[in-house]
Structure formats: structure tokens, C-alpha cells
Design a protein around this ligand. Structure first.
Ligand code: UD1
Ligand code: F6R
Length: 372
């Protein structure tokens, strides 16, 4: 049921304030006078000790689910102090990469049925790792075969392009980081700031959804382009990868997410006055580095579309040199990817409709990829 929306993808983008609320329901504890703010993940509480003792945490997934894990990686490293590595499921299997008994392997899958991820799970089980699932589908094979896990409770996702599952996955993995981090005094203030921010996150997503018309206007500008680059770094490297995956898979436009720190190691050669480039430069510890990336792209006459935190427009637009500035509300750095992906989802959606392609069932793709 699409309700008042024309497409499932559109509906699922716009229902993110509600899906995020459901994801967090019953799992955040605000704390009374003597109780600290904390998170409670029912499916993990008996396993947290084992996870904290593991030598490494390995995130495993495909596509959007992999990108969500990448967005959550920095906060998990920060709060747990455990090395976190990333594996695309098919690549782990191709290499038969090492997985040990002392590892916690976290399998991220919206459908819980993806063949590559499932086979990687079977491989990790054989190798004796603790296997944790982050899934949206109760009763799915990955939910059943993992030792424990968390349901993201985002509600059924019908559009082939994953949108609301992505934001709910990031929120669950941020909560996972809080749960593993436990109650160490050293990062109590940081933890409480993140929990406060989680409570308010649905409101921030509601605010950023108001950019709908602005993104439609931007899509009109880009409708006939061959290609679109997206530069991000730090917490928002994942935003660049996921934004470009959306554009590619539904709008059928070539798009590449690029780690801004790699710019000078190749991608800079592509920059000219015609190729549009999205730069994600919201306010965090990497901001000044991103400002310098903007300057260098501008010096090569790049056609820049800059996403920045509200109030930073002047600091990123180089006196009107950028063709567009997208201002978004600022949240805790580790949750900023949840806010920042929304305008890019809207952009991909409008580009697709304007270009006349099928939004909910993109050419050649299936919702659940049950073959390798
Ligand atoms: C559970 C109930 C929820 C209820 C809540 C009340 C279910 C599915 N969930 O939610 O309806 O409101 O208690 O306290 O009945 N699991 C995996 N792999 C996965 C995902 C989950 O093994 O990929 C396991 C978990 O370890 C857990 C169970 O499935 O044992 C349910 O997980 P989850 O729904 O996340 O737990 P709660 O949030 O506690
Ligand atoms: C992109 C998309 C795919 C899936 C991938 C993994 O919008 O939907 O990239 O994310 O096929 O699917 P799940 O999460 O079901 O394992």
C-alpha cells in the first residue's frame, strides 16, 4: 500500500522519521535521577561479554547493507576499542579470507536472505566465530542461523532500492557500539550525547525531508548528465558510496563514490568544467580537510554541489563558486550519515522519475539476491 505516494521508494524515504522511531523503540533508556542513559538490545545482552573479549569485529554484507556498516565503523572502533574490519561477502568468499574463533562476525542484511551474505555466514560458523545478525526480516535465514542479533524493525521494505533500512541499520549499529562500549567512565559524556541525539534523530530527519523540492530542482539540472561523482570522507565516506549507489541503481546514471583523501591519487584527473561533483562537507573533525578539497576542486573548475551543515554555507561556497549548496541540520558526527543520505535518496528518486525510469523495480535488479 503506497498510501498517498506514487512509488514505494518515495514512501519509504518519507517514512524514515517513523521507521527510525520504531527501530529505537524500547531500546533507549533515558535514565532517571540515578540511572544513566543507556541502550538495551535484548538480542545481545547475553553475548556482550563475549563480544567485548573478541580480538576483532568483522562487518560482512553486500551493497547498501555493507555501506551502512561502513558508516557505523568509526563509532564502533571509538567506543569499543576493538579493531573493526570490513568485508564484502562475495569477496571474503572469493579469498577464503581468515576468520577466527576469536572474531565477532556481524552480518548485515535487510532481507536476511542474500546468498553471498548467507554463504559468508556459513563459512564464519565453520570457522568458529561468534556470528551476530543485523536483519530486518524476522524469521529470515540469516536471522535464524546467526547466534544472536538485532532486528532493525524498519518495517517491510518494498522498493528495490534500500532507503529506510539503511538509516535503521546505521542506528542499530550505533546502538551496538554503545552497548559494546558499556559504561566506561572515560566516554560517558560522549555516550550520553549520542543517546540524546538518537532521541531527536527522527525530528532531524523530518527537517531534512523538507529539502524534497530543492532536490527535485537539482535533479532537473542534472537530468541529462552522463555521470555524477560524490566525494566524502570519515563518517561520510559511506554517504558518498551509498548516494552514488542509489543514483546508479535507480536513475541508471553512472555515479562513483570517492574517498576524498584519495582525490589526488587519481580521481582529480576527471575534474573539468562539465562533470558535476557532490562534496559532502558537513561539520565534523574532517571539515577543514574537506574545505581544502573544495578549494582544490574549484581550482580545476569543478562543477560543485556541496552538502554542508546549516550555517556553514559561506564557509564552503567560496563566494558563490559552487553551483549549489545543500544545507542540512547538524547532529552528532557519528549519526550525521543518517541525515546526510536523505537528500541524496531524494535526488536519486527525482532523477529517476524525471528520466522516466522505473523507480521501484530498476532494470536487471531484484529485491532479494538469492543467487551468487
Ligand atoms: C524481542 C521481540 C519483540 C519484543 C521485545 C520485548 C521478537 C522477534 N522480538 O525484541 O517482539 O517486543 O523482545 O522485549 O520476538 N536474532 C538473531 N539474529 C538476527 C536478529 C535477531 O539471532 O539477525 C535473535 C536475537 O538474538 C534475539 C531474537 O532474535 O534472541 C530477537 O531479536 P530482537 O527482535 O532484536 O530482540 P528484542 O529487541 O529483544
Ligand atoms: C541497494 C540494494 C542492494 C542490497 C544488497 C544487500 O539499494 O538494495 O545493494 O543492499 O543486495 O541486500 P540485503 O541487505 O537484503 O542483504
Amino acid at each position: 500500500n503506497k498510501g498517498n505516494y506514487e512509488h514505494y521508494m518515495q514512501k519509504e524515504i518519507h517514512e524514515q522519521p517513523e521507521s527510525l522511531t520504531t527501530t529505537m523503540r524500547g531500546r533507549l533508556i533515558r535514565g532517571g535521577t540515578c540511572k544513566a542513559k543507556t541502550v538495551l538490545l535484548g538480542g545481545l545482552k547475553d553475548h556482550l561479554k563475549t563480544i567485548r573479549r573478541s580480538r576483532r569485529i568483522v562487518f560482512i554484507g553486500c551493497g547498501t547493507s555493507y555501506n551502512a556498516a561502513l558508516a557505523a565503523r568509526p563509532i564502533l572502533e571509538e567506543l569499543s576499542g576493538i579493531p573493526v574490519t570490513m568485508e564484502i561477502a562475495s569477496d571474503l568468499l572469493d579469498r577464503q579470507g581468515p576468520i577466527y574463533r576469536e572474531d565477532t562476525a556481524v552480518f548485515v542484511s535487510q532481507s536476511g536472505e542474500t546468498a553471498d551474505t548467507l554463504h559468508a555466514l556459513e563459512y564464519a560458523l565453520q570457522n568458529g566465530a561468534l556470528c551476530v545478525g543485523i536483519t530486518n526480516t524476522v524469521g529470515s535465514v540469516i536471522a535464524r542461523k546467526t547466534h544472536c542479533g538485532v532486528h532493525i524493525n524498519a518495517g517491510a521494505e518494498i522498493g528495490v532500492a534500500s532507503t529506510k533500512a539503511y538509516t535503521s541499520q546505521i542506528v542499530v549499529m550505533a546502538m551496538l557500539a554503545l552497548a559494546i562500549g558499556g559504561d566506561a567512565i572515560s566516554n560517558q559524556a560522549r555516550r550520553e550525547a549520542i543517546i540524546d541525539c538518537l532521541f531527536d534523530l527522527p525530528n532531524k530527519v523530518r527537517e531534512v525531508l523538507k529539502l524534497d523540492q530543492e532536490m527535485k530542482d537539482l535533479a532537473k539540472l542534472l537530468i541529462a548528465e552522463q555521470s555524477l561523482l560524490m566525494f566524502g570522507r570519515g563518517y561520510n565516506y559511506a554517504t558518498a558510496l551509498e548516494g552514488s549507489l542509489k543514483v546508479k541503481e535507480v536513475a541508471l546514471m553512472h555515479s562513483e563514490g570517492i574517498l576524498a583523501g584519495e582525490m589526488k591519487h587519481g580521481p582529480l584527473a576527471l575534474v573539468d568544467e562539465s562533470l558535476p561533483i557532490v562534496v559532502i562537507a558537513t561539520h565534523d573533525a574532517c571539515f577543514s580537510k574537506q574545505q581544502s578539497v573544495i578549494q582544490q576542486l574549484h581550482a580545476r573548475k569543478g562543477r560543485l554541489i556541496v552538502m554542508c551543515s546549516r550555517g556553514d554555507a559561506a564557509a564552503v561556497s567560496l563566494g558563490g563558486a559552487c553551483s549549489r549548496v545543500i544545507e542540512v541540520p547538524q547532529v552528532e558526527d557519528c549519526l550525521q550519515p543518517v541525515v546526510n543520505i536523505v537528500p541524496l535518496q531524494l535526488l536519486a528518486y527525482h532523477l529517476t522519475v524525471l528520466r522516466g525510469y522505473n523507480v521501484d523495480q530498476p532494470r536487471n535488479l531484484a529485491k532479494s539476491v538469492t543467487t551468487e
